[in-house]
Design a protein. Sequence first.
Length: 148
Amino acid sequence: MNFGDKLKQLRKDAGLSQEDLARQLNITQKSICNYENNTRFPKGQKIITGLAEIFNVSVDYLISDNDDVSRNEDFISNAKTEFGYKGKKEAEIILDRTSAIFAGGELSEDDKDAFFKSITEIYFDAKHKARKKYGRKTTEDKDSHKTP
């Protein structure tokens, strides 16, 4: 997937219009349109970095044509950031075990993306639910259990 296709998909997944995204980056809607149509590429690191921050992806993911490597690195990095080294190890195991599904197969990039997005959502949702149910209680959680 090229830069423009990634940008368009990320923007749509985030529920943003071209105009909304342009406003956040302090550029024109026409610029976003040109990026998504692959008629132009952002000049300077500021816009690329801004896009990476808005969509919570790495700069490498945005500009690299090697989706699998960047996507895997983002997943591992996000798991480590949110759940520490245990989360990182779990993410690596998930990627290792699911990679066999694609070995030697003829799965389209769209299908791979959809599968990976689903696995990522399931993983983070399960971790958040487990943290909420079994994890350390926050001050807010403790206060909500007090009787008035």
